[in-house]
Design a protein around this ligand. Structure first.
Ligand code: NAD
Ligand code: LMR
Length: 338
């Protein structure tokens, strides 16, 4: 049976109909793809997050071992394993936040879009089940190509009668982490205090670091900006090439994923969080999805905070990104709508 059919059968057998998010005082996070290169270190970091009470690990293989291992860590978060499509609905049921790194990573020479044929179907099937078992959950999508998998998730929810636009987040935190790392190294600033928004999408020229908005203020020469920007845009490829066929970024991504999941859990608990994420957005004319800083609260994205004031170079980067974003968004929507 496909995951969605197994999900329906679980819901019928357990009488779960429209599972609401459980009490935000005991937040539950479900991690789908938990045995993978990102999944394992991400699970480790989530297990140590004091805001998370329950961690549900799902994968096609290997979850009992990962869960047994993590459950020996002396933090208050409870860990449970779910394996195979028939256990997916039970994994996500009652989850406040579902984090999805399930799918295949790039090898040298591939673009993120080359992963579409495999990963689009994986995200579709997982979200189909979430729509039925946890329709109110926040969903953080790591699986590439993020520019397309986020529209796929929104469309699948829509097909199930759920308007989840404000609760589906493309995780672009790694781009922010990288921008902050590279700049603090170059300029000898404190990495922990360096804040740089990254807008656009999550592939090549759609990744736009807004160096002009860096906090605290730092001056860059034109030459520095023209070197830093492509380095940040191509940083994923730098890791893919260095790993030489063994996958893409996993450790830095785990850190970025845990940071973003922490934002979402804190938002569920009532905090107002400001962070960059690729979401359904009207920030830029001509594209339905765009990453900017957004305000996240208990109902999801509460405000799109916009691109802010951009330098002429950054404006040109946005213009250059729009056609690629339009294509990749349309590809995701077409995959579901046909
Ligand atoms: P991996 O191959 O090491 O792990 C993927 C895991 O997903 C495996 O354990 C696999 O069993 C599991 N999986 C596959 N199909 C599944 C399904 N239908 N249901 C549940 N689990 C399933 O790959 P990885 O290095 O962890 O990368 C995962 C994804 O994250 C890739 O698509 C990669 O491109 C993406 N990624 C995104 C970012 C980002 O910034 N958004 C950064 C790094 C990697
Ligand atoms: C990254 O930015 O590291 C990820 O999107 C993985 C990749 O394929 O580059």
């Amino acid at each position: 049976l496909p995951a969605s059919a197994k999900c329906v059968s679980f819901l019928i057998n357990t009488g779960v109909r429209t599972a609401a998010r459980q009490s935000s005082s005991q937040p539950k996070v479900a991690l789908l793809g938990a045995s993978g290169g990102i999944g394992q270190p991400l699970g480790l970091l989530l297990k140590q997050d004091p805001n998370i009470a329950n961690l549900a690990l799902y994968d096609l293989v290997g979850t009992p071992g990962v869960a047994a291992d993590l459950s020996h860590i002396d933090s208050n978060c409870r860990v449970k394993a779910y394996t195979g499509a028939k256990e997916l609905a039970a994994c996500v049921e009652g989850a406040d936040v579902v984090v999805i790194p399930a799918g295949v990573p790039r090898k040298p020479g591939m673009t993120r879009d080359d992963l579409f044929n495999t990963n689009a179907g994986i995200v579709r099937d997982l979200v189909e089940c979430i729509a039925k078992a946890a329709p109110k959950a926040f969903i953080a999508i790591i699986t590439n190509p993020v520019n397309s998998t986020v529209p796929i998730a929104v469309e699948v929810m829509k097909n199930n009668g759920v308007d989840a636009k404000k609760r589906i987040f493309g995780v672009t935190t790694l781009d922010v982490v990288r921008a902050q790392a590279f700049v603090s190294e170059l300029k000898s600033t404190d990495a922990a205090k360096t804040v740089i928004p990254v807008i656009g999408g999550h592939a090549g020229i759609t990744i736009i670091p807004v160096l002009s908005q860096i906090q605290p203020s730092v001056k860059f020469s034109e030459d520095e900006i023209k070197k830093l920007t492509p380095r940040i845009q191509d940083a994923g490829t730098e890791v893919v090439n260095a790993k030489a066929g063994a996958g893409s970024a996993t450790l830095s991504m785990a850190l970025a994923g845990a940071r973003f999941a922490n934002y979402l859990v804190r938002a569920v608990k009532g905090e107002k969080i400001e962070a960059c994420s690729y979401v359904a957005s009207d920030a830029v004319k001509g594209v339905e999805y765009f990453s900017t800083k957004v305000q996240i609260g208990q109902s999801g994205v509460e405000k799109i905070l916009g691109v802010g004031s951009l330098s002429p170079y950054e404006k040109a980067c946005v213009e250059a990104a729009v056609p690629q974003l339009q294509k990749e968004i349309a590809k995701g929507i077409k995959f579901i709508k046909g």
